[in-house]
Design a protein around this ligand. Sequence first.
Ligand code: ZN
Length: 244
Amino acid sequence: MPKHLALVNSNSQKRNQLANLLFIEMSRNSILMTIFAHQDDETFSAGGTLAKHVNSIAVSVTKDINRETEFQAACVHLRTKPVILNFQTISTQNQAAIKENLIEILRDYKPTHVITHLEFDYHFEHRLLRTIVEEAIEWASHSTKIGGPGHQVRKLYAAETTVLIPVPEILIDTSKSNAQMVKAIAEYESQSHKGGEGFYAKFHAAKTKLRGIQASTDYAEAFTRVNLVEVGSFKPNKAMEYLD
Ligand SMILES: [Zn+2]
């Protein structure tokens, strides 16, 4: 191999090693929480990313007795802590109660990174939950006499279900955790054939492969960023020293 190509290769290997080390370090210091409407959204939308993080929690706002065992089993494959709230549906009638529950959960688990639904998802419960999550993150960050010190989530992302992101802002390389995601999908027998025989397994296999091609790797998951208010009079940080 010509000398200059060998140098390029060794440089890119070093860069990959460094990126891996940085990810492991970042992953140790971060707590990832997914907040989705239903048991199965965590696996279909962000399973590979959840499985990569050392500290992660998967919150399902609704509880469906037919999916509960499947959710627990999927979370074992994804090495994530399952949390199920006790709501049957997500509606304008119970959105205040859901918000209060989420504020408590955000303060208890103190996630640094949160993933939830897209604002243009076709599913009404997904769209409504996205709004509730944004509000819960804001209110969880306020220090109050009753609630104690606020917790500020650092980053909020939105993930794909079967509704795809036209231009992803973030692609997470899930090549090493894709097998765990495939096993987690297989646990959802009750949901698997809703769109036709093996629909979800086939759809998400093609989706993660497509995102992988976009990311020049084997498999990936796509996300968009959601802006958060990071500073303010009632928040832990009144102002920042530098741009973050
Ligand atoms: Zn859902």
